[in-house]
Design a protein around this ligand. Structure first.
Ligand code: PHE
Length: 415
């Protein structure tokens, strides 16, 4: 019954859904800032190398596990479930808080709420929103509600359809913002910030950050890719899906950098980290360029966040449906209410938010990625794995390089 319905009906839907999961808040505000912080082009080169040598193999390992697992009635999921279910659930909860902010800001920019404001005033707006429990929690609930509505509509009709339309539109929007941003006088400094290689900044923590960022950005280790891959048609290749997803994800991160940094520097502002960049600096800069640009910007962030959050919700829903025999509708409801609970805690207590962020991206994701590499590299039968992985060197990357790198980075982080 529900087994047959859980399918993407085309290769395009599967690839757009995976790209949608990958492209998210991580690309829009974390990547551009990290690049500037950790040495510009030097960081980008290391990031891309990690992407090809470690993250892409793990992507292929995780999706191979999903493909094999479907045939066996999702038995693999039961082994990794404690890690992936917890990780995706926690990320979903704090991600929804930020998703709620983008919804809030989309409405504000529709109402022209930032025109004529300076950065100090924008800071007040952000603090006001953040300080209002009602506003913060209700926006989080709206975002989580939108996520649940897409997921409850089903794999192909909900997730597939949403991704097929929204991801191409998202790319067009970001290209438009980048063009506008690059046309500003003084934008050259922003490009310089992104690309001038400064090898002296490329120390141990910067290298660890590059790997961590590429895991987060490709949605690895929490079961999103595993789950989506299990919904692919038999004839569609995980190698191809992985290649396209990694390509879109990296291209989108670079584009986001080009959309954001030139505008920041043209305004003569030092780029700040995280929320302050997206929710304090940029609304002001973009609203100097008209009413439309801020709307496009926050709509883009909202779509990017939604296409990622549906892949997080689907991990838990898929597990409840396929391993616990729950009806899809009830599974979505159950996860919605549980995430609303933890999400509210994240919305009102910054400490809970930070703990969820830290635990999921530094601990659970690493363990999850390691588990998937080990399961596909060492536990699943070789012939079965090679039907999906195809190349011997890719298999070797999964078996040796990926696990060793994860452990090395984990040790570096601990020291
Ligand atoms: N890849 C998403 C981003 O860059 C985050 C994410 C992580 C989504 C794990 C799903 C699973 O924002």
């Amino acid at each position: 019954m529900s087994e047959n319905k859980s399918r993407f009906n085309s290769r395009f839907a599967a690839i757009m859904a995976m790209a949608g999961s990958a492209v998210g808040l991580g690309n829009i505000w974390r990547f551009p800032y990290m690049v500037g912080e950790h040495g510009g082009a030097a960081f980008i080169i290391v990031y891309i190398a990690f992407c090809i040598l470690v993250s892409l193999p793990i992507f292929i390992a995780e999706s191979t596990a999903g493909r094999v697992s479907r045939k066996e009635g999702y038995s693999i999921m039961n082994k990794v479930a404690p890690v992936t279910i917890l990780a995706s659930f926690i990320i979903l909860s704090f991600y929804s808080v930020v998703g709620g902010w983008s919804f809030d800001y989309l409405i504000r920019s529709f109402a022209g709420g930032f025109s004529g404001k300076d950065i100090a005033e924008a800071k007040e707006v952000f603090a006001g929103m953040n300080g209002s429990v009602v506003e913060n929690v209700s926006c989080m609930l709206v975002f989580l509600g939108m996520t649940a509505m897409i997921v409850v509509a089903g794999v192909d009709k909900g997730i597939g359809r949403f991704s097929k339309i929204s991801i191409p539109v998202l790319f067009i929007m970001v290209v438009l913002i980048a063009i506008e941003s690059l046309r500003l006088p003084g934008s050259g400094k922003g490009i310089e910030y992104l690309i001038r290689p400064d090898w002296s900044k490329l120390n141990g923590p910067a290298i660890a950050a590059a790997l961590g960022q590429s895991f987060f950005s490709l949605s690895l280790g929490v079961g999103s890719i595993y789950t989506y891959a299990s919904y692919m048609r038999e004839e569609d290749s995980v190698l191809r899906a992985g290649g396209w997803t990694a390509f879109f994800d990296t291209a989108f991160a670079l584009l986001a950098g080009l959309a954001i940094m030139p505008a920041v520097f043209a305004a003569g502002i030092e780029p700040g980290a995280g929320p302050s960049l997206v929710f304090e600096t940029l609304p002001v800069i973009f609203s100097r360029m008209g009413v439309v640009l801020p709307v496009i910007f926050f709509l883009a962030i909202l779509i990017a966040a939604l296409s990622s959050s549906i892949s997080l919700l689907e991990v838990v829903v898929s597990w409840l449906v396929h391993s616990r025999g729950m009806r899809r509708r009830y599974a979505v409801l159950l996860v919605f209410f549980s995430a609303a609970f933890l999400g509210s805690a994240c919305a009102v207590a910054p400490k809970v938010f930070a703990a969820c962020d830290f635990l999921s991206s530094n601990v659970f994701m690493m363990i999850g990625a390691l588990l998937f590499a080990l399961i596909t590299g060492w536990i699943l039968p070789r012939e079965e794995v090679m039907r999906h992985v195809r190349y011997r060197f890719a298999y070797a990357l999964i078996r040796y390089v990926a696990p060793v790198m994860i452990v090395a980075i984990a040790v570096t982080n601990l020291l």
